[in-house]
Design a protein around this ligand. Sequence first.
Ligand SMILES: O=C(O)CCC(=O)C(=O)O
Ligand SMILES: [Fe+2]
Length: 270
Amino acid sequence: MPKLHLAQFVAPNGQLSIEAIDEIAAELTARLRASPHWLVLVTEQNPIDLDRVVNILTAMGQSDAPTVGELPRISKTKIRVDAKQLARKGKVTRYSRTPDALPLHTDCSNKAIPPNLVAFAMERPDPQGGGESVILSAADLVHELPEDLVSLLRQPVFPFTSEKQYPILQGEGDDWRIRYYRNQINSALGEHCTLSDNLREALDALERYLERSKQSVRFALQAGEVLIMDNQRVLHGRSAMPADSPRLMHRFRLSVPTLSTHRARATAIG
Ligand SMILES: O=C(O)CCC(=O)C(=O)O
Ligand SMILES: [Fe+2]
């Protein structure tokens, strides 16, 4: 599992200076720009210091204009089994509050531009080992797919809302982006969107490849660990947990401009 240890940036007195936060942010961004486009930040804190996590993510979002940039907007949500939220039918987002497994997906797949950074800070793992994280990068997935399926999935025809269609895959070589959430597409298809039989079959085939992927990575996040990913380049999911699981994680989403700039530019800058 790709990891970065916070301890290597912390001063002997336990402080994390503003300079150190900028250094961690730069290191995380550089790591996310490269394959496999996700990693785990190990804080060794229990309980985890969420303000510190927010400061690091904020610095990542600001990195292209450290002095004049506006503070990036970070969305923060607690992820835990929540019976009240569950009662609210019809919302695709309610799935994360169930104890159920979540199939591999992109967060905010229905947005014109899904946030490119999604992070999950684990406060309390499931004591029975449920709710493991699953990750699959678009580049690894494409290696497993037949070419004709890739060409179908590149077509900008898949409905993610009743008005908007997008491609599922975009890219070439080893530089691939992905947008996918079967539940979101199913919900759009329920709102009178149409999709030809061969494209529906393409989605079913993709589902089978995702379920059987040998490239997906599954692991249990420990308390104090933060899973950080490029939401446009990897899919994530989780395994099921008991209905009364006390698992508690914090989800953060934001857009980090320096993650999305073209690779060639990064190489040029060095
Ligand atoms: O519970 C998890 O590990 C992931 C939840 C998730 O994918 C989400 O809330 O977007
Ligand atoms: Fe998600």
